[in-house]
Design a binder for this molecule. Structure first.
Ligand SMILES: Cc1ncc(COP(=O)(O)O)c(C=O)c1O
Length: 384
């Protein structure tokens, strides 16, 4: 196995990841937030450290410091997806980018949010003054094949006036890669109703090894020219706190609108984040390859651990992300995450992703084999 991915040691991890490790009591293993317990990729760490030494800690520049070029190169190398560097508008983070797009580019009207969803999707729709229309994917579909978007419900929402859909591609928390055919059907619907898809592709690079050859990540904008993509290097490279994401707007008028907003509407990106994003996307291929290999092993380890310790848990194949979605209803707890904390492991509660949904948790396998083993043992002790 590649030696590029290093586990953060116990004695520094609380300082390194103060939200994840600092918000649980000492001794509790946190698995609720999407951060990885791995040291920064060396090229990113070196570039950011050098930028700090140079004093690159002032305001962000007016240009993009090469971020658009780096993302365009990444999208081309990894997915053969053509992105114009100038289409990339820098923003503070993905959620801020989605808000900017909703406020600036999206027609008035409700926003379709597929459930379960990353919880800030619901908040950002509310904060931007829009009504959300929820369409639900069965969180317990028997396999990933049948866990896709409910296109009939999407059509109903468009027919009733919704003009925007927030897509999570690949999907958190379902760990699923949307099929190309499903995305094409969504595109056809969006086209028919004049709706716009906003595609959050932060997990795009985190498709795991060992999937069928025809099951790869499809950048949504590659099949729908009206779509806007929002993404960042922060999930793959653990750089969320540096604040840099991009809104990718293929349409020139859209770019102009995004760039024309008052500074206060899009100012929360940092030059250090821009350096990190440029280097991650420009020089991070080897790290990403090593990372997904490591995550693939962690996924396989989790499957073995569940068989041994939690045989009544149900988990569909993890196709992407490091965030497995577990159905623990067989163990009879409405809120297994709350029970687990008392036993020394803190997963995310399923109802955070779909209000009212009992008996599910989202875990995080981006840690060491030893920590993951202890997490599952503790979870089993908690719910059994
Ligand atoms: C689907 C999705 N979008 C966005 C984010 C957060 O991204 P950011 O910190 O850039 O807003 C996450 C974090 O886990 C996520 O899973």
């Amino acid at each position: 196995m590649s030696d590029l991915v290093h586990d953060l040691p116990d004695d520094t991890i609380r300082d390194a990841l103060p939200l994840k490790w600092g918000s649980v009591a000492p001794g509790v293993l946190p698995a609720f937030v999407a951060e990885m317990d791995y040291a920064l990729a060396a090229p990113v760490a070196d570039a950011v450290a050098a930028a700090v030494r140079r004093g690159t800690t002032g305001y962000a520049p007016l240009g993009d410091l090469g971020v658009g070029e780096a993302y365009a190169g990444w999208a081309h190398r990894h997915w053969d997806h053509a992105v114009e560097p100038d289409a990339c508008v820098v923003t503070g983070d993905v959620i801020a980018g989605i808000r900017l797009v909703l406020e600036t580019l999206c027609a008035p009207g409700p926003v379709v949010v597929p459930l379960p969803c990353y919880p800030p999707f619901r908040d950002i729709v509310a904060v931007s003054g829009r009504e959300a229309v929820y369409v639900t994917t069965d969180p317990d579909a028997p396999d990933q094949e049948s866990a896709g978007l409910d296109l009939a419900a999407v059509e109903e929402a468009f027919a009733a006036g919704a003009r925007t859909l927030l897509l999570c591609n690949p999907h958190n928390p379902l760990g699923r890669v949307p099929r190309r055919s499903e995305l094409e059907a969504l595109r056809d619907l969006a086209d028919r109703y004049g709706a716009r898809v906003v595609s959050d592709e932060i997990h795009g690079p985190l498709v795991l090894p060992g999937l069928p050859a025809d099951l790869g990540f499809t950048p949504y904008a590659g099949i729908d020219p009206r779509a806007v993509t929002v993404t960042s290097a922060s999930k793959t490279f653990n750089t969320a706190g540096l604040h840099c994401a991009v809104v990718v707007a293929p349409d020139h008028a859209d770019r102009a609108l995004l760039r024309g907003v008052p500074l206060v509407q899009n100012h929360a990106y940092s030059p250090l984040g821009m350096v990190a994003a440029r280097v991650a996307w420009g020089e991070g291929d080897a790290w990403r390859a090593a990372l997904v290999e490591r995550l693939g092993h962690q996924r396989d380890l989790l499957a073995d651990l569940l068989t041994t310790h939690l045989p009544r848990a149900r988990m569909r194949r993890m196709e992407a992300t490091y965030l497995p979605w577990l159905d623990l209803r067989a163990y009879g707890h409405d809120d297994p995450a709350a029970v687990a904390v008392g036993h020394g492991v803190a997963p995310a509660p399923g109802q955070a992703y779909q209000p009212g949904l009992a008996g599910h948790v989202r875990l995080n396998v981006a840690t060491s084999p030893a920590r993951l083993t202890t997490m599952v043992e503790r979870l089993a002790a908690a719910v059994a």
